[in-house]
Design a protein around this ligand. Structure first.
Ligand code: FES
Length: 186
């Protein structure tokens, strides 16, 4: 609940975006009643004021424990940083993408670090359903990833749409590793 309140204090760039976010926060709360995970709220870290003004945020990956998800606001939209478990990674990598409405390998949804290595434990996504913009609930749905309660879209552990009306996978925002454990989104 605290997370919802906090989100409303970070106004998006336009009224429409704010309405969507509030609407979705309500959807997530409703889903919480059936046992969905409440994401830990981690305060904006680092250079909050200047980086937000520049349209970018820095995220310390060490703050996200395995099996947890951090949700932050970036340009008025939620960004999920999921520290995936080995089982979640295996599920994402072993999916036959020919069955996916928006075929994309798990590797294609990751950005390499400065050494050129993929870090599959960290999945970074724009946490917005590609149907009508609700915020999906984590660790839910038929594919153990995210579930959008608004109209029933199911995303897998890579954030790929697998079932329901959403047309495409959840988006990957532009981000880079600026050190071993810090990424910059935007
Ligand atoms: S907004 Fe997510 S299923 Fe419609």
């Amino acid at each position: 609940m605290a997370e919802t309140h906090n989100s409303e204090t970070h106004n998006g760039p336009d009224d429409e975006g704010k309405r969507d976010f509030i609407h979705l926060a309500a959807g997530a709360a409703a889903a919480g009643a059936v046992g969905a995970v409440a994401w830990p709220l981690v305060a904006q870290m680092g250079k909050a004021a200047d980086t937000l003004a520049a349209g970018s945020i820095e995220i310390d990956l060490t703050k996200v424990a395995e099996g947890q998800q951090l949700k932050m606001l970036w340009r008025g939209k939620p960004v999920f940083v999921r520290h995936r478990t080995a089982a979640e990674i295996a599920e994402a990598e072993n999916t036959d993408i020919s069955d996916c409405p928006d075929p994309q390998t798990d590797d294609e949804r990751l950005v390499p670090d400065n050494a050129g290595n993929l870090r599959p434990e960290f999945l970074v996504m724009v946490g917005v359903c590609t149907h009508f913009g609700c915020v999906p609930v984590g660790e839910a749905g038929d594919f153990d990833g995210w579930y959008c309660p608004c109209h029933g879209s199911h995303y897998d552990t890579s954030g790929r749409i697998r079932k329901g009306p959403a047309p495409t996978n959840m988006a990957i925002p532009p981000y880079t590793y600026i050190s071993e454990n810090v990424i910059k989104v935007g």
